[in-house]
Structure formats: C-alpha cells, structure tokens
Write a protein that binds this ligand. Sequence first.
Ligand SMILES: Cc1cc2nc3c(=O)[nH]c(=O)nc-3n(C[C@H](O)[C@H](O)[C@H](O)COP(=O)(O)OP(=O)(O)OC[C@H]3O[C@@H](n4cnc5c(N)ncnc54)[C@H](O)[C@@H]3O)c2cc1C
Length: 409
Amino acid sequence: MHTEADAMEAEVERFAGPAEAAGYRRLRHWLEQLYRAQMRRFIDTNFDSPLQLLTPDLARLAALGGFGRLDARIGRHLRDERLRRVFSFQSLYAGVPPARALAAYAVIAYMDTVAGVYFPRGGMHALPQAMADAAARAGADLRFGRDVVRLERSGNRVTAVVTADERIACDAVVLTPDLPVVHRLLGRAPRRPLRIRHAPSAVVLHAGTDRTWPELAHHTLSFGAAWHSTFDELTRTGELMSDPSLLITRPTATDPTLAPPGRHLHYVLAPCPNTDIGPDAAAWGELGPRYRDGVLRELERRGFDGIATAVEDETLVTPADWHGQGHAAGTPFSAAHTFAQTGPFRPRNLVRGTDNAVLAGCGTTPGVGVPTVLLSGKLAAARVTGRTAAAPAARRGHSALVTPEGTSS
Ligand SMILES: Cc1cc2nc3c(=O)[nH]c(=O)nc-3n(C[C@H](O)[C@H](O)[C@H](O)COP(=O)(O)OP(=O)(O)OC[C@H]3O[C@@H](n4cnc5c(N)ncnc54)[C@H](O)[C@@H]3O)c2cc1C
C-alpha cells in the first residue's frame, strides 16, 4: 500500500492491470469526497437529536452512496476481489462486516489508505506521553495508576472522585472507561430500547523475537482465502476463525531502537468473537495458549519459517484480559458501529440524571479508534466549557454542561 496517489496507482496496475488502476483513481476520489461530507457534520459533532442529521451534508452523503452497503460500493470501482478486500475489510475496525456496513464507513479506508498512517518515534506510547506533557505544561495535574473506586454525589451533581487513597473534589467529571465501569461508578445504566451489540474482540500476541522476516512491512495483513464465512464466525456464530485473517505488526521496521540490537518486536492480532457470542472469559484461560500455538502454526504454514521458535519474550492478550479491564463483552472495541449505534444513536456523552458528568472514549460518540477517541475528548471538553471545539474556552472553573443549542444544565 502507498498513500501517495501515483505510487498506489502504479502498484495497482502492476498487480491487477490498467482497468483496476483507473478504478482505484475513481475510488480514491470518492473516498476524498466522502470524508469531506462526513467529518465535520457527522463525526466531529455533539449530537442532541437525530434531527441534527437533517442538513445539506446528509443529502451530499446520500448522493455519494453513503447509505448503501460498503462492499457493493467498493465493488463499483474495483472488480478484483483481492483489491476489494483491501478497501473494505476496515469496517471490521468498527465491528461490522463489509457486506453489512454502511458505505459511509469507507471513511476508515480513507484514513488508512489516503490520509495515511503515522507511527510516533518511540512507539505508540510517545503520543499519549506528548499529550500528557502538553497538558502538564498547561497546568493539568495528572495522577497515574490509581483506580477511581467511586464518585460522590450531591443530588444531580458529582461532587468528588474517590480513589483508594484520596478524595478529589470536582466541578465536573469526564469519564473515559468503557460503559460497564462508567455505569458502575455512576450507580445507574441508561434505559435503552435495544441491547447494545458489541464489536468482535481480538487475541493479541506481543512477541520479542531474535529474527524477523524481510517481507514484513510495519503492518502486514495476511488474509485467509475465506471471507464472508470469516465475518460470520466473528459476528454471528461466535466461532474462532477457521481460515484466519491476521494483522502482523513489526514496529521495529520503522523504529529499530524499540528493541535491543539484533532483536525485533512483532505483534500478531487475530480478530475473535466477543464473549457475548463466543467463548466466555473463563474459557479463554485454557483456550488462549492453545489458540496462540495454532496462530503461530498457521503463520509458519504461510511462510514465516521458524516464527514459533524465534519468540524470546511474549505477552498474550485474550478477551479474558479485556474483560478483566472492565470492557463489556470482553472486547476493547466497544459497541459495534451498526446504524442503530452510530452518531445520534450511539450512547451519548451526556449522562441522564447527572448534571455535571460527561463521557469520552470509544463507548460514546463518535466511536472506536484513536482519531475518534481524541475527538471524543474534544467534544467532552466542549460540553464542559460550553464552547464549540473551534473556539477554545477562555473561562476557567465553569461547570455547567452545554448542548449545541446553548441550553445549559
Ligand atoms: C489491539 C488493538 C489495536 C488497535 N489498533 C488501532 C489502530 O490501528 N487504529 C486506531 O485508530 N485504533 C486502534 N485501536 C482502537 C483504539 O486503541 C481504541 O479505540 C482507543 O484506544 C480507546 O480509547 P479509550 O480512551 O476509549 O479507552 P482506553 O484506551 O481503554 O482508556 C480507558 C482508560 O480508563 C482506565 N480506567 C478504567 N477504569 C478505571 C477506573 N475505575 N479508574 C481509573 N481509570 C480507569 C483504563 O485503565 C484505561 O487506561 C486498537 C485497539 C486495540 C485493543
């Protein structure tokens, strides 16, 4: 994959011929239009009513085919099944198979393949570290490694956040854990007409190895031959993938200083069913190590010779771990982005019955993923300060939460 248009077009032509390369050009143009139609109005927005959707951008999105099905829409531009997969599998990030996802979710393929993927030198942790440093320079007092055990309330307001060893009085509180923890802390769950449908989960093997494989880029996707049945297993039948599609990441391809000389970092991510429909957290205790061995055997079979014996140090993360960290349905990917759980229909960032609590993070709007979660923080800040994100607040210590119509509570 190349993010630069000419380089990618040449690659598609080499791989699948000139007609597909022309299709790629058209697809790229469509992805750019789709992103422009969606970003401000549907993603970077605090929703207070579905009626807010009724804007000229909605008509623009409809005209672009955003409400059709993703795989069919990609298929209008590309005939080669292998290429179609490259530009449609991303809907799984949002927890929905390409055959059922709204075409609007091609916006993820836009971010992945057109806007591009960046890796901070020093590893992913360098990004939150830089943000924490900036916040500290601006006067924030950050306290790490402490569990919030409860919130103190007075009527409809949260008055303090309590950890094991301190009580921090507050004017307003922004809660970022997944929804089960948020609801436990608030002492109430909202009424919802339908049960939340959760995204599939993942097993991740982080491995320090004494060798690597030159064909591995920073990110490598190894698709199985199976496709629709794989999504069925992950989202309907709750079985482990019988012909797995795997993500292999090699951070040391970009930043070799992350490992000692002569050593390499890899992680293998295998999507798996969440614990609502698949094996439960207890079952993963025994299943996890067996599944790890099976994934490494499969990678050996796909040409990564000696991968199992190259592992010197490892951490295995399974749905049991996500469950243990308070994630609903044992998945770190939260509520799936079905139509009924997106935009104004996703759990809101305001909390009914509590006047000064706001949610941020992947369980609320706009949704799952690093860019969207960062936006959720911006949207939460706008609720607290009463300013739109475009006009940063000048006031301090103002604790009312404000909706876009300006009605503060
Ligand atoms: C394996 C994997 C790969 C991913 N790859 C990508 C990718 O390539 N691109 C992308 O955009 N997104 C990716 N994502 C998704 C992205 O990482 C998440 O959507 C995002 O990090 C979620 O952020 P969050 O703030 O909602 O939750 P988290 O990052 O889980 O943060 C919530 C925090 O709350 C803390 N917490 C919970 N309870 C308490 C408590 N009681 N007291 C105090 N603190 C508490 C937790 O410790 C945690 O630090 C990936 C996720 C995973 C798991």
